[in-house]
Design a protein around this ligand. Structure first.
Ligand SMILES: Cc1ncc(COP(=O)(O)O)c(C=O)c1O
Length: 368
């Protein structure tokens, strides 16, 4: 049995008529940039998510940059974030001229809040927790810390659409939250796409302006901005897919349950943990293993695709070499990078497929 890491084609086949209709509609109207489809998706997503404002943009990286920039983050500022994420999280901080300050993660792969407290300096302006792999971070503690220190809070929800902390959706705790709709994300477009949500009307307006060359109306440039627009085709695909997101999330949770059940008896495999109070929407199902690379090769030989998210902790990447970070400063993130392995995860997976993956992992152990 061949098991891909994700299967976007299976999802397309299941919803072909709706998606084809949405795409054909945009081509028919030649509404390629902006227009009704983009406004509709922003409204649909804000309503379904339960937030006041949704500002769409070109991708989840721009979303972080636009939000930070319009919250006034600039050169000389420090923004605290996690050592274990995709580079967008810290890259966007640097794009504003500010300095990303990395702290280690806890056993749930979330920003270690005690360390955030210790990393705060007079220059600290904001904190970016990442709800990594689809699990909600402990937002009670993060919100409390940001309030006590007067820091802006940006939630990076790129991997965690609709996850909750104590019953409240991630993305609704801070000043602003950012989403990616990259094709493989839990809600994915057919190209790059992103959005920012906020309860603050003025901030929403400034972000909308900045993402569109500093203008809300054609030729009315109130500031210099950037070109980061969601296009009509992506908006139409996202609106067609949005009604299914809750079913897909439940399906991912069922797949994770099957993994837990079938992997639990296998020694040497560390299963993902979910913190009390958090829900997990399983963008990724990540195990740990002492012999990760050999296990990945073994699975590949048996038709099971895997991936590593991510093979190098952010501060240890070549991109940050000039800052001279050492692995010992981020012991958990540095250790994770050699041990983590993401198993196939998508809503259309069946229990048989999960059994096949688990069986292949069990064989590896036996064969050693
Ligand atoms: C945690 C995290 N933040 C930000 C992003 C950036 O999103 P995009 O690829 O849409 O720019 C990603 C995407 O992979 C991500 O995983």
């Amino acid at each position: 049995m061949k098991i891909p890491f994700v299967d976007l084609h299976a999802q397309y086949v299941a919803h072909r008529a709706e998606i084809d209709r949405a795409i054909a509609g945009i081509i028919e109207q030649t509404a390629f940039i902006g227009g009704e489809a983009v406004q509709r998706f922003e409204r649909d997503f804000a309503d379904d998510y339960g937030v006041a404002h949704c500002v769409s943009c070109a991708n989840g990286t721009d979303a972080i940059y636009i939000a930070l920039k319009m919250m006034g983050i600039e050169a000389g500022d420090e923004v605290i974030t996690t050592a274990h994420s995709w580079i967008s999280t810290s890259e966007a901080v640097s794009q504003t001229g500010a300095t990303p300050v990395f702290v280690d993660v806890d056993e749930y792969y979330m920003l270690d809040v005690e360390q955030v407290e210790r990393a705060i300096t007079p220059r600290t302006r904001a904190v970016i927790p990442v709800h990594l792999y689809g699990q909600a971070a402990d937002m009670t503690t993060v919100v409390d810390l940001c309030r006590r220190h007067g820091l802006k809070l940006l939630e990076d929800c790129a991997q965690a659409h609709y996850a909750t902390w104590r019953g409240q959706r991630v993305g609704t705790f801070g000043n602003v939250a950012t989403f990616s709709f990259y094709p493989g994300k839990n809600l994915g477009a057919y190209g790059d796409a992103g959005a920012i949500v906020t309860g603050e009307a003025q901030l929403a307006e400034r972000m909308r302006m900045y993402a569109n060359h500093g203008a809300l109306k054609k030729h009315d440039h109130r500031m210099e901005g950037i070109n980061s627009r969601l296009d009509g085709l992506q908006a139409a695909v996202l609106s067609a897919k949005l009604p299914h997101i809750h079913d897909w999330t439940r399906a991912r949770q069922q797949v994770a349950g099957w993994y837990d059940k079938h992997l639990a008896p296998i020694g040497g495999v560390e299963l993902p943990r979910v913190r009390d109070g958090a829900t997990h929407v399983w963008h990724l199902y990540v195990i740990q293993h002492d012999d990760r690379d050999a296990l990945a090769r073994h699975l590949s030989e048996r038709g099971v695709a895997t991936a590593v998210h991510y093979p190098v902790a952010l501060p240890l990447m070549a991109a940050y070499a000039a800052r001279g970070f050492r692995a010992g400063q981020f012991p958990r993130a540095a250790r994770n990078q050699h041990r983590i392995l993401s198993l196939p995860m998508y809503p259309e997976m069946t229990e048989d497929m999960v059994r096949h993956v688990a069986g292949a992992i069990a064989n590896f152990k036996k064969g050693r």
